[in-house]
Design a protein around this ligand. Structure first.
Ligand SMILES: [Cu+2]
Length: 206
């Protein structure tokens, strides 16, 4: 974003029209930072705040155009590989939850997810119904996508995160409005756990 912003600035200073500057960014992957074409974009500032100066207007337009790229074009989310049993319904629901959150998910159907869990070094006591791998981390069980994004942002030295068991109300384990308390655990390389996110405020209504 900063690079794009900086690269657009010279054109702004030369007084390049807004449309030309924006199209240039769109047609040049190196400028836009992506091979996906930018959608036609109109800055809300053009109408909302009636900024007089083209310099400001064009700079914001460039920044917002890059920011408003489709999710698939954003470099932030690495692919997720999920090991699950073909008959696991709540696993499929969690996969859908991750896709809804913008992750690209590859599913590997296996008879026993324990094999993958052990292969990637997550102790069985933190086990759940499916094991996922993303950016070198294990994501075990019904971990909310927001916590996976938090993990990817924090980049801790760890094996991964886990929601042991299958708590009702966690993503993919919805049963009506019932929400049982649970915690997302961060598992370090020695197999020790600490609380990564606490959903114990959740209340069971049944
Ligand atoms: Cu499950």
């Amino acid at each position: 974003m900063n690079n794009l912003f900086r690269r657009l600035t010279p054109a702004v200073e030369l007084g390049a029209p807004l449309a030309a500057s924006t199209q240039q960014a769109a047609s040049d992957p190196a400028q836009s930072g992506s091979s996906v074409p930018l959608p036609h974009y109109r800055s809300p500032f053009a109408h909302g705040h009636q900024m007089k100066r083209r310099v400001v207007l064009t700079s914001f337009a460039g920044a917002f155009a890059a920011w408003s790229l489709p999710t698939s074009a954003q470099p932030a989310l690495p692919p997720v590989q999920v090991f699950k049993n073909a008959n696991c319904g709540c696993c499929a629901a969690w996969v859908a939850h991750m896709k809804d959150a913008g992750f690209g998910v590859t599913v590997v159907e296996v008879d026993d997810t324990t094999v993958a869990r052990r292969k990637y070094g997550l102790p069985d006591r933190f086990g759940s119904c499916h094991t996922a791998v993303v950016a070198g981390y294990v994501v075990e069980g019904h971990v909310p996508a927001t916590d996976v994004k938090k993990l990817l942002a924090m980049k801790p030295v760890a094996t991964g995160v886990a929601v042991p068991g299958m708590p009702v109300g966690s993503p993919g384990m919805e049963v009506g409005s019932r929400k049982d308390p649970y915690q997302v655990l961060l598992i370090d390389k020695q197999g020790r756990a600490r609380v990564f996110s606490d959903y114990s405020q959740a209340r069971s209504s049944s």
